[in-house]
Write a protein that binds this ligand. Structure first.
Ligand code: TMP
Length: 233
C-alpha cells in the first residue's frame, strides 16, 4: 500500500515548512519517508527549476512553461517517486500535478483538459493518496513570501509573477481607459485565480483533498497535518 502525500497552495502558504515538520514527525515514528519537491527532486528537475525560476536569461511562453513543468515531473516520478514508493517509503511531495492545473490552467488560462492528459502522461497516472491544500488569502501569502525571500534569488520568481500581475492590470486599464473597473477585477488577478483554482480542484475531489487553514500559526497547522497523516497510518 503506497503513501503518497502532496502539499499544495499559493505562494507563502507555508507548505514547505510543513513538509519538513511532517517528514520529521513520520521519521520519529520509525516510518521511512522521502520529502521531495517540484520542480526538482532529480538532477534534471533542478536544472529545469533553475531555467523556470530564473527567467531573466530567456523568454518562456506559457506553453513552453507547461511542458517544462511536465518534463521535470516525468523524470521525478520515474527516477525518484515510484522507486521510493516501491521500496515502501512514504513520499511527501511539495507540489505535484495539481499545481500545473492551478498555475498553468487556472492561472495562465491554458486548456485544462489538455493539462489533465499531459499530467496523466507525465505521472504514469500516479495519483496522490492525500493532498493537503494550505489555503489562505492571497495578500497574506504574498506578504509572507516577500518577507521570506527579500534579497534572495527566489525573489526573482515572485518578482516575475508580480510583473505579470502589473502587466495584466495595465492592459485592462488601457483597454477601458478608466480605473473604475479595477476594484471589481481584483479576484481575477493571477494569484486569486490560482487560489480559486486550487479550491475548485479540492471541491471536485473531496475524498483526496483536505483543506487546511494556512493562515494559522505553524504549530497549529502542523497539528492539523499530523491528524491528516495519522488517518493514513
Ligand atoms: P515553489 O515556490 O513551491 O518552490 O514552486 C515554484 C514555483 O513554480 C511556484 O511559483 C509555483 C510554480 N509551479 C507552476 O507554476 N506549475 C507547476 O506545475 C509547479 C510544480 C510549480
Amino acid at each position: 500500500m503506497t503513501r503518497f502525500v502532496t502539499f499544495e497552495g499559493i505562494e507563502g502558504c507555508g507548505k514547505t515548512t510543513q513538509i519538513r515538520l511532517a517528514a520529521a514527525w513520520l521519521a520519529e515514528r520509525g516510518i521511512p519517508v522521502l520529502a521531495t519537491a517540484e520542480p526538482g527532486g532529480t538532477p534534471l528537475g533542478r536544472k529545469i527549476r533553475e531555467i523556470l525560476l530564473n527567467r531573466s536569461s530567456c523568454a518562456i511562453g506559457a506553453e513552453a512553461e507547461l511542458l517544462l513543468f511536465a518534463a521535470a515531473r516525468a523524470q521525478h516520478v520515474r527516477e525518484t517517486i515510484l522507486p521510493a514508493l516501491e521500496e515502501g517509503q512514504w513520499v511527501l511531495c511539495d507540489r505535484f500535478a495539481d499545481a500545473t492545473l492551478a498555475y498553468q490552467g487556472f492561472g495562465r488560462g491554458l486548456d485544462a483538459a489538455f493539462i489533465r492528459t499531459l499530467n496523466d502522461f507525465s505521472t504514469c497516472s500516479l495519483k496522490p493518496d492525500l493532498t493537503l491544500l494550505f489555503d489562505l488569502p492571497v495578500e497574506a501569502g504574498l506578504a509572507r513570501a516577500k518577507k521570506r525571500t527579500a534579497g534572495t534569488r527566489a525573489q526573482k520568481a515572485e518578482d516575475r509573477f508580480e510583473r505579470e500581475e502589473k502587466a495584466f492590470y495595465r492592459k485592462i486599464k488601457d483597454r477601458h481607459h478608466t480605473q473604475l473597473l479595477l476594484p471589481s477585477l481584483g479576484r481575477y488577478w493571477f494569484h486569486e485565480r490560482i487560489r480559486d483554482g486550487y479550491l475548485n480542484l479540492a471541491a471536485g475531489e473531496p475524498e483526496r483533498f483536505r483543506i487546511i487553514d494556512g493562515a494559522a500559526d505553524v504549530e497549529t497547522v502542523h497539528r492539523e497535518v499530523c491528524l491528516r497523516l495519522a488517518e493514513l497510518l
